[in-house]
Design a protein around this ligand. Structure first.
Ligand code: UDP
Length: 324
């Protein structure tokens, strides 16, 4: 079996590539290397190209016969999406449409799509399940929701089978420590904490301590990147027996505040994480915690990393000696 991994040089995509290879499935990576890293791909076949270039896609689908596609390419920063909405809609929506059309022309009928908790907007309940209203409050979430809608239409019109996986906060790294999260500039909490710990980054800024949470800092649901990869493998199997478009929320089901994460990281690292209080970051809801009951029920998925310290520990193995 051969699976096209769009964005396979990125953080989550590279962990997926490794998982597919381990399962005896042949990944082919397509990535424009705008934020990904060639070194993260390992030995898998690699094609450099861009979803916005239809000729790149034509050549790719002419070269290989794929059984399915996993699509991780996206711009994914909420704040940036507020100031560069055209770039987000172009890359995330128009780029995905090009991919879907290329799949259609090549007769490839299965897609696992990276979606996000940001499709829900301001949470109306403590645990967000799939019945929660989808009312994104930023272009990033809106772009992902548009694709979810396109997938529903494509299922009806063309028989496309798809699974949208809505990640909450992807975290951690391969326990081998040789692939991990590496963005420039880095905006995410765990890498920023660990960079502050190694002295490679500035003191951490805690964005806001006046949220409606027990300690005033934002609460998030951190789910290990290998658990996300496991959900993709299960989604691939699920599509063999399920037609149409499906969506699942993926999280650990428990929330941790920024200050709790700093304490967990200090324990893992063995020293205090230097931090300063800073103003709120635009677009951050107080609390985002998933109910993954549907994924557990229908995909048989359950996160293996339920201890946040263990998640941070795997990230720390990477951040002590990042290879790229
Ligand atoms: N955060 C922070 N300092 C940072 C990065 C993030 O206080 O340097 C906070 C952020 O405001 C949010 C949480 O940590 O409440 C997780 O943010 P991240 O960017 O990692 O993920 P997001 O929730 O935006 O997907």
């Amino acid at each position: 079996m051969k699976v096209l991994v769009c964005g396979g040089a990125g953080y989550i995509g590279s962990h997926m590539v490794r998982r597919l290879s381990r399962d005896g499935i042949e990944p082919v990576v397509f990535d424009n290397l705008s934020t990904g890293h060639r070194e993260a791909v390992g030995d898998a076949p690699f094609v450099q190209g861009d979803l916005l270039e239809r000729d790149d896609l034509r050549a790719l689908f002419a070269q290989y016969r794929f059984d399915a596609v996993m699509h991780f390419c996206a711009r994914s920063l909420v704040g940036e999406s507020m100031t560069q909405p055209y770039a987000y809609y172009e890359n995330n929506v128009a780029g995905t449409l090009n991919l879907l059309q290329a799949m259609h022309e090549a007769g490839v009928g299965k897609l696992v799509f990276s979606s996000t908790a940001a499709v829900f907007g301001v949470p109306e309940s403590d645990l967000i399940d799939e019945s929660h209203p989808r009312q994104p409050i930023n272009p990033y979430g809106a772009s992902k929701l548009m694709v979810e809608r396109i997938l529903e239409d494509a299922g009806r019109a063309y028989g496309l089978r798809s699974v949208a996986l809505r990640y909450f906060n992807a975290a951690g790294a391969s326990p081998q420590g040789d692939i991990g999260e590496s963005h420039e500039p880095e905006t995410h909490l765990i890498p920023n904490m660990l960079r502050a710990a190694t002295g490679k980054g500035p003191s951490l800024k805690v964005f806001g301590n006046d949220y409606a949470t027990p300690d005033g800092t934002c609460v998030r649901d951190y789910v290990h990147v290998d658990d996300l990869a496991d959900a993709h493998s299960r989604a691939l199997a699920f599509m063999a027996t399920h037609e149409g478009a499906h969506a699942f929320n993926l999280g650990n089901g428990s929330g941790f505040s920024v200050l709790e994460m700093i304490r967990a990281a200090s324990d893992v690292v063995g020293s205090e994480i230097p931090y300063d209080l800073a103003p709120r970051r635009a677009g951050d809801p107080d609390r985002l915690v998933a109910s993954s009951a549907k994924a557990q029920r229908e995909l048989g998925w359950a996160p293996r990393y339920t201890d946040v310290a263990e998640i941070v520990e795997t990230a720390w193995r990477w951040h002590r000696q990042p290879r790229y």
